[in-house]
Design a protein around this ligand. Structure first.
Ligand code: ADP
Length: 347
């Protein structure tokens, strides 16, 4: 069945309404005239001049049809524009925003909200695309290395069994790197879709920090980790995740330490908040990079980071975890002097 457009229906009903009103008005005038004639003692019923009535009716209907279709068309025009835009966005076409009229009415409000939504959607899709492309790019390197070394083993290990150990170590370390990368990507993907599960418990902060530092001392025996911790407090957190944050920040302090070998871990308390600060005296970060270091895959020095096996995901993951705890992760840094990363959590 053919669908009748809302505008046609509205125009038809408006015309019908105006014409009916006209007839009603006309009847009232006729009744008034008749009452007047009766009052003057003239026994004559006036029903109006029929041809004039018909002409008036036609003119009224035509006029009301014309005027109401104009008005309704004007009212529906922004809705038509919106339908076109929604269809365009449905086809992933974000080329032009919805035109905003100068009148400050509901449609302007709607157009503003719509454009904001479309802008957010566009940047979200772009971020997703960049994320997938960066992730694939990062995964290609370990896969290529594993493939190359596995090929080498297949070709040569019978004649040169001494290469076996070395090649397996390389394959194992690349597999570990790939595993770390995939774990990081999964955490970020789960966080994006609000599916990352945190198990919040009351944890003794100093114990958690001292254990993390002692792990770091084992992994980086050449470094001096100095702790200045305030009175112990308990915090509500997912212990493993907060340990992961400290691991990321401590290993960055080591990776970007330059010639310095000292790292200081301190805590302080302000009202209901605790600050965990990791200070290094390494290469520091130039101011222009600071706004981006928490972005996924952002590396200040690509070649240096790649040499250290860095992925550029560490701080993005740390920030994600801290934010999920309702906290903050801040940095102050000076090139050549070092950096200070502060995790703020509620106690
Ligand atoms: P990566 O895996 O490359 O270390 P991160 O997300 O942990 O990735 O860090 C992003 C970038 O921030 C690093 O590539 C590095 O350039 C910079 N950065 C992080 N921590 C420090 C630090 N303590 N000192 C100097 N630069 C740092």
């Amino acid at each position: 069945m053919k669908r009748i457009k809302s505008t046609t229906k509205l125009t038809f009903f408006t015309t019908l309404l105006i014409t009916s009103l006209f007839i009603l008005l006309y009847m009232m005038v006729v009744m008034d005239i008749n009452a007047d004639l009766l009052h003057k003692g003239i026994n004559y019923s006036y029903f109006g001049a029929s041809p004039t009535l018909v002409i008036l009716l036609i003119i009224t209907s035509a006029l009301s049809y014309f005027v109401s279709s104009l008005i309704i068309d004007r009212i529906f025009n922004p809705i038509r524009l919106m339908i076109t835009k929604v269809n365009e966005i449905g086809n992933m076409n974000f080329s032009k925003p919805l035109a905003i009229s100068s009148e400050n009415d509901e449609f302007t409000e709607y157009a503003n909200a719509f454009n904001k939504m479309s802008e957010n959607l566009k940047s979200h899709i772009e971020r997703q695309k960049r994320f997938i492309s960066d992730a694939s790019h990062e995964l290609v390197t370990p896969i290529t290395v594993i493939n190359g070394h596995a090929d080498l083993l297949l070709r040569r290990w019978r004649e040169q069994p001494e290469i076996l150990d070395n090649e397996l170590v390389i394959i194992k370390s690349e597999a570990l790197r790939m595993n770390e990368l995939v774990e990081g990507l999964l955490l970020l993907a789960r966080s994006d879709s609000k599916k990352q599960v945190y198990k919040f418990e009351r944890i003794e902060l100093n114990k958690l920090i001292l254990e993390s530092v002692s792990d770091a001392k084992i992994i980086f025996p050449d470094f001096e980790f100095k702790t200045t911790l305030q009175d112990n407090v308990e915090i509500m957190c997912d212990e493993l995740s907060v340990r992961q944050v400290l691991r990321i920040i401590l290993s960055n302090a080591v990776k970007y330490s330059g010639s310095s070998r000292q790292i200081i871990i301190s805590t302080s308390k302000t009202h209901s908040l605790v600050n965990i600060t990791v200070t290094d005296f390494g290469i520091g970060i130039k101011e222009e990079h600071l706004p981006f270091i928490f972005d996924r895959f952002y590396r200040v020095d690509d070649s240096r980071s790649k040499k250290t096996g860095s992925s550029g995901l560490g701080l993005a993951i740390a920030k994600e975890i801290v934010t999920a705890h309702g906290g903050e992760l801040n940095v102050v840094s000076e090139p050549g002097s070092g950096s200070k990363f502060t995790v703020i959590l509620s106690s």
